[in-house]
Ligand binder design. Structure first.
Ligand code: PBG
Length: 334
């Protein structure tokens, strides 16, 4: 419904914009630190950090450094952190066994964060790509990414993460049926309170490029992910995926990437009214940072404006590499 507007001069819409106070009073959407989930990269080793070349300000950290960073994030009020492992080529096999090893990098990081920063919620990623020789999210048989055998492996991976203490599991693989299978396994293992944030509408996007560098997957990937990730031309399909994942037991749903898919965020929120998240992915972060570094954009301002856009589109939260910087800025301004 479009509200009717009295004709000029009764309605001078600029009246409500005349001062910071009037603008604050009439502002519909705001960003707060509660909206942020911080994705981090964990690597092997001790007390070390290496920069990710294509993502200014982002580093891969060893487990002890991840725990320290989580503590800082907790102190900033960031409610959740999401772990992605950078695995050595030698840890990648055809059977992806490392994915459900109780001592793999992700599971070590979960335990270390729970120990050092017990109040921050720990989210994980469920997909085989960090442990797969060919870089795919599922098993490859005769050149095809197979669904059902992959789902069995994802269940084992999710259970190991829940055992290690994860609060939120994030299946990002786009196989069919994985949410239901993971939910059932969690229930029978007694993990009733471990929640699932499903990457429900995950598009086959070129914006994941810098991430694949960050986790060392670019070199490994053979072919593309078009047979399981969504076609960027589709919109209705996102609603079917969200409906399906909710029916199978997802607590929260995600749209990914973020900025080019704000229309999907809005449709999902309006259609279902469930906790809805967007992932402002590596390529979105990289392009804003690159422009800011060149002095072509005001980095702080575009960071905050882009994050606020997700709120306006109906999201309840945003996975963003900007999380600590945005949190610090909001703290400084409050
Ligand atoms: C892997 C996964 C990807 C991202 C999150 N989980 C990459 C992919 O699907 O190839 C991308 C995140 C980003 O670009 O920031 N399952």
């Amino acid at each position: 419904m479009t509200p009717t507007v009295a004709p000029f001069p009764a309605a001078r819409l600029r009246r409500m914009r005349k001062s910071p106070a009037m603008r604050a009073l009439s502002r519909q959407n705001t960003l707060t630190v509660d909206d942020l989930i911080w994705p981090v990269f964990v690597m092997d080793g001790k007390d070390d950090e290496t920069p990710v070349a294509s993502m200014t300000g982002v580093t891969r950290r060893t487990v002890d450094r991840i725990a320290k960073a989580a503590r800082e994030a907790q102190d900033l009020g960031i409610p959740a952190i999401c772990i992605f492992p950078y695995t050595d080529m030698s840890a990648r096999t055809e059977d992806c066994a490392m994915a459900w090893d109780p001592d793999n990098l992700t599971n070590q990081a979960i335990r270390a964060i729970k120990d050092k920063a017990p109040d921050i919620a720990v989210m994980t990623d469920i997909a085989l790509d960090p442990y797969n020789v060919n870089g795919h999210d599922g098993f490859v048989e005769n050149g095809e990414i197979v669904n059902d055998r992959t789902v069995e492996a994802l269940v084992k991976m999710g259970l190991a993460q829940a055992e290690a203490g994860a609060d939120i599991l994030g299946p990002s693989d786009m196989m069919d049926g994985r949410i239901g299978a993971i939910r059932r396994a969690l229930e029978s293992a007694g993990h009733h309170n471990v929640s699932i944030l499903s990457y429900s509408a995950k598009y086959a996007s070129a914006f994941y490029g810098p991430f694949r560098d960050a986790v060392g997957a670019s070199a490994a990937l053979t072919g593309d992910k078009n047979t399981y990730q969504m076609d960027p031309g589709n919109s209705d399909e996102a609603l079917r995926l969200v409906q399906r994942d909710l029916d199978e037991g997802a607590d929260m749903v995600m749209i990914k990437p973020g900025m080019p898919y704000l229309d999907i965020c809005r449709r999902v929120k309006d259609s279902f009214g469930v906790p809805t998240y967007a992932y402002q992915v590596s390529g979105e972060y990289a392009m804003l940072q690159a422009a800011a570094q060149n002095g072509w954009l005001d980095g702080e301002k575009v960071m905050m404006e882009s994050l606020l856009g997700f709120k306006r589109a109906g999201c309840d939260g945003i996975l963003t590499y900007f999380a600590p910087e945005a949190a610090r800025l909001m703290r400084a301004q409050s």
